[in-house]
Design a protein around this ligand. Structure first.
Ligand code: DGL
Length: 269
């Protein structure tokens, strides 16, 4: 699994909870973070590099792009080019969105790269559901989360401004199309109104991964067999960061929990 930084840990948490017997390698590309404002072609080349590393150095059986911007930029290409299945966070999130709406007026928020790519608009259209979609890019939200400022007056003012078009569109369901936005859920909900349902892609992505592992019959044997001594083997959780490893360990652990213990440094060629 990879993300531009810490945000994808929300997906990692959901995956560890749903599939506790699976091994996980998480790459947080904090050395090149953030992806949101970057050119999509550049993000696509980062995604290629990390996917290649996961296969060559960790021999993974499935790749999860736990980043909306990287999913928007590279999912289709990686799915076509990688020798193993690749899952993104956009389709699973959209599935939750179209299932949750009652009125059919829905919204998606994300980084400039994600919204500008049109990936959410295409994914919603591909569901065939009769919904009206309003989208808004929210530059600045990620930076507030990174500073740990999730409920300040300043982030509230920014949210009022950025979310105004979605309030006018009278949506009843809003998809948080960026890994960081679940941390702003309270502020977003205050601005949008309590009656607007907020959905995110973490749980739905974990369900999709479980479905796929079962379909392909590639679940970790530890999940279906026990060792000779009758105990299940302990799953391996490896975390890598291309930036400050100690910072990743400290901040990441507060976001993910005790499974985030050992963080290794990863460098790109
Ligand atoms: N992980 C990114 C996403 O989900 C947000 C952080 C960034 O801009 O790198 O879009």
């Amino acid at each position: 699994m990879f993300d531009s930084g810490f945000g994808g840990l929300t997906v990692a948490r959901a995956l560890i909870d749903l599939l506790p017997d699976e091994d996980l390698v998480y790459v947080g590309d904090t050395g090149r973070y953030p992806y949101g404002p970057r050119d999509l072609g550049e993000v696509r080349s980062f995604a290629h590099e990390i996917a290649g590393h996961l296969i060559a150095d960790h021999d993974v059986k499935l790749i999860v792009i736990a980043c909306n911007t990287a999913s928007a930029a590279a999912l289709t290409e990686l799915q076509a080019e990688m020798p193993i299945p690749v899952v993104g966070v956009i389709e699973p999130g959209v599935r939750s969105l179209v299932e949750a709406t009652r009125s059919g007026h829905v919204g998606v928020i994300g980084t400039v790269g994600t919204i500008g790519s049109g990936a959410y608009q295409a994914a919603v259209a591909a569901t065939g559901h009769d919904v009206t979609l309003s989208c808004a890019a929210c530059p600045g939200f990620v930076e507030f989360v990174e500073r740990g400022e999730t409920e300040s007056d300043q982030v509230h003012v920014l949210a009022e401004r950025l979310l105004a078009p979605l309030r006018e569109a009278r949506i009843d369901t809003l998809l948080l199309g960026c890994t960081h936005y679940p941390f702003l859920a309270r502020t977003i909900s205050d601005v949008m109104g309590r009656e607007v349902v907020l959905v995110d892609s973490a749980d739905e992505t974990a369900f999709r991964i479980r479905e796929l592992l079962a379909e392909l019959d590639i679940q970790n044997p530890a999940a279906i067999e026990t060792n000779l001594d009758g105990h299940r083997s302990v799953p391996r959780h490896v975390f890598e960061s291309s930036g400050d490893v100690e910072l990743f360990r400290r901040l990441g652990r507060s976001m993910l929990g005790p499974e985030l213990d050992d963080v290794r440094s990863v460098t790109w060629g």
